[in-house]
Design a protein around this ligand. Structure first.
Ligand SMILES: Cc1cc2nc3c(=O)[nH]c(=O)nc-3n(C[C@H](O)[C@H](O)[C@H](O)COP(=O)(O)OP(=O)(O)OC[C@H]3O[C@@H](n4cnc5c(N)ncnc54)[C@H](O)[C@@H]3O)c2cc1C
Length: 389
């Protein structure tokens, strides 16, 4: 009988594994793939994601330091630079592998190439069935990402098309010097490229990550949108494109039952406005493992597992709710939003300072309201100010 079994070795599962291992509870992590494995992603890590790690990332994992953002709408664009780091670009293959090694070094058991087929909650434990074996644990954390079905053990209702985004991504090889000249320390965001979303070009080391993301409900022809985006930005030839779903964060979802918890994409913890999920995957995995360790080590009541939900809400839940509101305004009205940002450049600067760095929509919206009396967009932005932000 393990104290904790973790399903999935992505950022969420690996981060949970490291916390559980350091706390000294007996832990097994089951990952269906053999690492290092490919993961479709832009690979942008925010300062919040970086500050959640209790170790430095090695140079071999870091591909680019980002201090600048270029925001396009049709043929126009704005560029804003900060004197601090906005993001780091990493290869997910190397980053995820490194995180899993950091979990392993705490002494937890890790089985790669072992897919979990089912989890059954019993009164005294959870039974976890894989292709190879059956295990028992006091608690199970499902960190299987966005595509898995095990999360429906906790929240039986299936996700509707209004509750997730569709993303298509391609990694396009290019000489590093060409990449550095074309995108010197900046990321390229194309507003309005996909309905309810955007297109991106991220300059990694030796390749570009190029993709589009939009709400599943409105993005009717994702392949065509992606093809047009690639063509408009000069990418041609035989390109390998991967499609994936991304849950929209900020929607109320159940993330804990009596002995099973959900974290990361499986729990729906993604910023709906910018599509950032790695930071929340890491933090929710850590919070889940801390909650389980508290219960196991201090002999607390089973019902205290619910504290996991309030810990997540307290740390980032309200932020995700505000991001969902921002998504509804900015991506649904990209032209108005872009024109506003073009006219008053401080709007983007302040977004980077207050939201990306200080992680407060409240201060950002207050600042917007104090500084601009632009009736139409401001009134839309006003409706974002929920009570709990
Ligand atoms: C195209 C795209 C671009 C993105 N770009 C960014 C970005 O630039 N920055 C950012 O912050 N976020 C980005 N995201 C979101 C980010 O990728 C996710 O939020 C993040 O990977 C979630 O981490 P996770 O650990 O929850 O899930 P995952 O990273 O998906 O890991 C889940 C793991 O579980 C394993 N698994 C699944 N089922 C089972 C099973 N039954 N048994 C055992 N193992 C299993 C999988 O093999 C996988 O390794 C992007 C997403 C997409 C789709």
């Amino acid at each position: 009988m393990y104290d904790l079994i973790i399903v999935g070795g992505g950022p969420s599962g690996a981060s949970a594994g490291r916390v559980a291992g350091k706390a000294g509870i007996s832990t097994l992590l089951l990952e269906k793939e053999n690492f290092p494995r490919y993961k479709p992603c832009g690979g942008a890590l925010s300062p919040y994601a970086l500050s959640s790690l209790d170790f430095e990332l090695p140079e071999s994992v870091i591909e680019r330091d980002i201090l600048k953002v270029r925001l396009h709408f049709r043929e126009r664009y704005i560029e804003r630079q900060r004197d601090y780091r906005l993001a780091l670009l990493v290869s997910r293959k190397a980053f995820d592998n490194f995180l899993l090694d950091k979990a392993r070094e705490t002494g937890i058991e890790v089985h790669c190439g072992e897919k979990v087929l089912d989890c059954k909650e019993r009164e005294e434990c959870v039974e976890v069935k894989t292709l190879q074996n059956t295990y028992l644990a006091k608690f199970v954390l499902i960190a299987e990402g966005s595509g898995g079905m095990l999360k429906y053990k906790v929240r039986p209702q299936r996700a509707r098309r209004t509750e997730y985004d569709l993303a298509l991504v391609s990694e396009i090889p290019e000489e590093d010097e060409v990449i550095r000249n074309r995108f010197p320390g900046l990321i390229d965001i194309h507003f309005g490229t996909a309905p309810g979303g955007y297109g991106w070009i991220f300059p990694h080391k030796g390749y570009y990550s190029v993709g589009i993301v939009g709400t599943a409900e409105h993005l009717k022809h994702p392949k065509k949108v992606m093809q047009d985006f690639l063509q408009a930005n000069g990418f041609s030839g035989e390109l390998h494109v991967c499609a994936h779903i991304i849950p929209l964060g900020g929607i109320k979802r159940k993330t804990v039952s009596s002995r099973i918890l959900l974290s990361g994409d499986a729990a729906g913890f993604v910023d709906a406005f910018i599509g950032e999920g790695i930071a929340y995957a890491i933090r929710s995995g850590q919070l889940a493992a801390e909650t389980v360790a508290d219960l196991v080590l201090s002999d607390r009541k089973l019902s205290d597992l619910k504290e996991y939900e309030s810990r997540c809400t307290q740390e980032f839940g309200n932020f995700l709710v505000s991001s969902l509101k921002l998504e509804k305004v900015m991506h649904r009205f990209p032209e108005i939003s872009f024109k506003l940002a073009l006219r008053r450049k401080e709007i983007l600067d302040k977004y980077l300072d207050e939201v990306v760095i200080n992680r407060s929509h409240k201060d950002y919206v207050r600042w917007l309201l104090l500084n601009f009396s632009l009736a139409e967009p401001a009134s839309k932005i006003t409706s974002m100010t929920g009570k709990n932000q």
